[in-house]
Design a protein around this ligand. Structure first.
Ligand code: MG
Length: 381
């Protein structure tokens, strides 16, 4: 296999550090790394991996990083332009988009326009602008390789389809820390409880999304764009053990699943080595050790995020961008103890009610919908 030359956007986050962790198992050369503002860690990564370029989104952090790496020949960039530079360098073959939130959108589109394959871990990009991203990928002949564990599972199962279309996708959801709680019980849950996920260790934003189940709502929209199925053909099932990472169904009713212990390094590695499979340093699954697997129908009264996301997915246009921007703002307020847990979906619904719709999407319209949704959520009392 040819040595892959990669750029990691968000190399100091949860997916980013796990990507760095598997680099020695695959043939890869790191060309660029970016962080929001974790100067210490990105400096350490840069000294070990020797990329051409590093970037910090935060201006102050970029200045500190420039000083820290002054004794090296590594170029240091700042801001959104820094992310775009990292994603479009001539020597890059594949961009791992592991940044959190909408900030990943523009660098991803620029990378696609520059002909780079995308290992997509930034789900907000597809949620807000799936139509634009998938169209650009087709036009430029680049691959969008899913890193999200569920979408990687679907991608892996879909390799068996030959010429058959997928009839259905079944996304599994752990249910998060509040599975089984009623709406009334959710009224008093705290930030600390919401940040404690039973199966996956992830960043704060996605852990809260997992607790509200907006994460699964975002993943439904992500699956719709990646696999071209309407939202009504994407089912969500709660699977507490997170062993089955998702399933596909064909016309004859046959379902295929991908299984493994919950560990992001496998889907990250597969996105990078596809179509090859290489030894991966994840612990192996023993079904006898697991004993039993359980499944439940989601409770959409306690977790309205699923209903909200499905409705936005059906609407298309800018509805998903509004939902995503509102959710990012609401999660930010919750993480700062400004609103209670149940106000997250409430504020998202308020933004969806208030922000004007448009059907024809452009990048400017996506960014505008996102900004208006955030403004609405921050302004609510
Ligand atoms: Mg996931």
């Amino acid at each position: 296999m040819m040595k892959k030359r990669i750029a990691i956007l968000g190399s100091t986050g949860s997916i980013g550090t796990q990507t760095v962790d598997i680099l020695d198992s695959i043939e890869a050369e790191v060309v660029a790394l970016t962080t929001n503002r974790n100067v210490k860690l990105i400096e350490k990564q840069a000294r070990r991996l020797r990329p051409q370029l590093v970037a910090a989104y935060d201006g102050q952090a970029a200045a500190e990083l420039r000083t820290a790496l002054a004794d090296t020949s590594i170029e240091v960039c700042a801001g959104a332009e820094g992310l775009v530079r990292a994603a479009t360098l001539a020597d890059v073959d594949i961009v791992v988009t592991a940044v959190v939130g909408m900030v990943g959108l523009v660098p991803t589109l620029e990378a696609i326009a520059a002909g780079k394959d995308i290992a997509l871990a930034n789900k907000e990009t597809l949620v807000c602008a799936g139509e634009l991203v998938m169209r650009a990928a087709r036009e430029h002949g680049v691959k969008i390789l899913p890193v999200d564990s569920e979408h990687s599972a679907i991608f892996q199962c879909a390799q068996a389809r030959v010429d058959n279309p997928l009839a259905k996708i079944i996304l599994t959801a752990s249910g998060g820390p509040f599975f089984g709680k009623t709406r009334a019980e959710l009224a008093s849950v705290t930030r600390e409880q919401a940040l404690h996920h039973p199966n996956w260790s992830m960043g704060a934003k996605i852990t809260i999304d997992s607790a509200t189940m907006f994460n699964k709502g975002l993943e439904l929209i992500e699956a719709m764009w990646l696999y071209g199925l309407p939202p009504e053909d994407i089912e969500i099932v709660i699977h507490r053990e997170s062993i089955i990472h998702s399933l596909v169904e064909f016309a004859d009713g046959a379902q295929l699943a991908q299984l493994g212990l919950p560990d992001m390094r496998l889907p990250i590695q597969y996105a990078m080595t596809f179509p090859a499979r290489m030894p991966c340093k994840v612990p192996r699954l023993s079904l006898a050790d697991v004993g039993k697997l359980t499944f439940f129908t989601p409770d959409e009264e306690a977790f309205p995020a699923l209903r909200i996301a499905r409705a936005a997915a059906k609407e298309r246009g800018n509805a998903c961008a509004i939902m995503n921007g509102a959710n990012e703002a609401a999660v930010d307020l919750f993480l700062h103890d400004k609103i209670r847990f149940l106000e997250i979906p409430e504020r998202v619904e308020r933004a969806l009610a208030d922000v004007p719709r448009c059907q024809e999407l452009t990048l400017a319209r996506v960014l505008e919908a996102d900004a208006l949704a955030r403004e609405t959520v921050y302004a609510l009392r």
